[in-house]
Design a protein around this ligand. Structure first.
Ligand code: H2B
Ligand code: FE
Length: 302
């Protein structure tokens, strides 16, 4: 099979959605709610129609959706002073989240562009891991634009606005974090399927569930911790164990379902994480097919 390495963001497919594409699974809180499904689909269609370079369409959120945002923001905001890493705490206020206004992806994307050169591209749902990781090479975060189901404001089985905006977006305003994530993206461009799987796990144990040392304290930077009250509690109360992050090691299984992580990976710093990832990535890209293209100053191979 010949697969073309994307040369630009336009060549990264944002249409291959996994899992909850057309129909929600039975364990999705919106499974029996036809109005919710229609709304979610309508928002997904807007993402599908979006073209790179165009502004992200602004959505008018319903009062029910605003209420969900409000509930989640108020609940999580209180966790950050103690549990979130310093980078998150520095970046969070840049977005000026308001409890009664659901943020617009376009506005957040503008802020990211200004801070780190990253941007947001709307996507219809859980994107295929290869495409998702490829997007990171072009300093692009694929984000959903729909809200989780109102019956369970503190739970979602799939990425939704609250998870993306509170968990992921603030960290993407930090240059060292971006550097680290970018190196995962660059490696993914020419990775084979088994390497994509390894990189997916690396992404999972860092960007989703990673913690970073501050002195002898462990602080959250993973979006799955920062966007979950229960996960944050769990991480901090010592029921789980911590292992130093090593991208070369065989990565454990990822658990997707509710129930918390029993193991967290610890970075010394984002600079150190980025360095380790670059080392790892230089192993997986065969040296004989180096080409002259550059992405954000980093040569990569095809
Ligand atoms: N798709 C979307 N829409 N948001 C994500 O956060 C996301 C994704 N994460 N696809 C990806 C997969 C990640 O969990 C890894 C690479 O599979
Ligand atoms: Fe996520």
């Amino acid at each position: 099979e010949v697969r073309r390495v994307p040369q630009s963001l336009e060549e990264v497919d944002n249409g291959q959605i996994l899992g909850f594409g057309a129909d929600l699974a039975e364990d999705h809180p919106g499974f029996k709610d036809q109005a919710y499904k229609d709304r979610r689909m309508a928002i997904a269609d807007i993402a599908r129609a979006h073209r790179v370079g165009d502004p992200i369409p602004r959505l008018e959120y319903t009062s029910e959706e605003v209420h969900v945002w409000n509930t989640v923001l108020r609940e999580l905001r209180g966790l950050y002073p103690d549990g979130a890493c310093a980078e998150f705490q520095r970046c969070f206020p840049l977005f000026d989240f308001k409890e009664d206004v659901v943020p617009q992806l376009e506005d957040l994307s503008q802020i990211l562009k200004r801070e780190t050169g990253w941007q947001i591209r709307p996507v219809a749902g859980l994107l295929h891991p290869r495409d998702f990781l490829n997007g990171l090479a072009f300093q692009t975060f694929h984000s959903t634009q729909y809200m989780r189901h109102p019956s369970k404001p503190m739970y979602t089985p799939e990425p939704d606005l609250c998870h993306e905006l509170l968990g992921h977006v603030p960290m993407l305003a930090d240059p060292d974090f971006c550097d680290m994530v970018h190196s995962i993206g660059v490696a993914s461009l020419c990775a084979d399927d088994s390497q994509i799987w390894h990189l997916t796990k690396i992404y999972w144990f860092t960007v989703e569930f990673g913690v970073v040392l501050e002195g002898d304290e462990k602080k959250a930077f993973g979006a799955g911790i920062l966007s979950s009250y229960g996960e944050m509690e769990h991480m901090r109360t010592g029921k789980a164990y911590f292992v130093p992050f090593d991208p070369h090691a065989k990565q454990p299984k990822m658990s997707y379902k509710d129930g918390y992580q029993n193991r967290y990976f610890v970075l010394k710093s984002f600079k150190d994480g980025a360095q380790k990832l670059r080392d790892y990535c230089s192993d997986i890209t065969p040296p004989d097919i180096m080409v002259e293209r550059e992405i954000s100053g980093q040569a990569f191979k095809e």
